[in-house]
Design a protein around this ligand. Structure first.
Ligand code: ZN
Ligand code: ZN
Length: 82
């Protein structure tokens, strides 16, 4: 089980430029839109939506792992290998 409260991204600073690191696939993006929307273009997931999905899962909600597939072929919510 994953920790529902654990963030799935980190904001970093590369030479004064803000970047977002996806903790699901480790991709770092300096694209402003990715940073602003907390989006990973490799996983094709919005981190805020993943966080909300994990919260619902922790509350006993159902989810379809295939809909949350990350670049690393794991479910972004429950970390099951897909
Ligand atoms: Zn990612
Ligand atoms: Zn899952």
């Amino acid at each position: 089980m994953t920790d529902a409260a654990a963030p799935t991204f980190a904001i970093e600073s590369c030479a004064g430029v803000r970047a977002i690191r996806c903790l699901l696939c480790n991709r770092v993006s300096e694209l402003r839109s990715d940073v602003e929307h907390r989006y990973c273009s490799r996983c094709r997931l919005f981190h805020d939506i993943v966080t909300e999905g994990r919260r619902l899962l922790a509350d006993g909600g159902a989810h379809e792992c295939a809909e949350w597939r990350t670049y690393r072929s794991r479910c972004a919510l429950c970390d099951r290998a897909l």
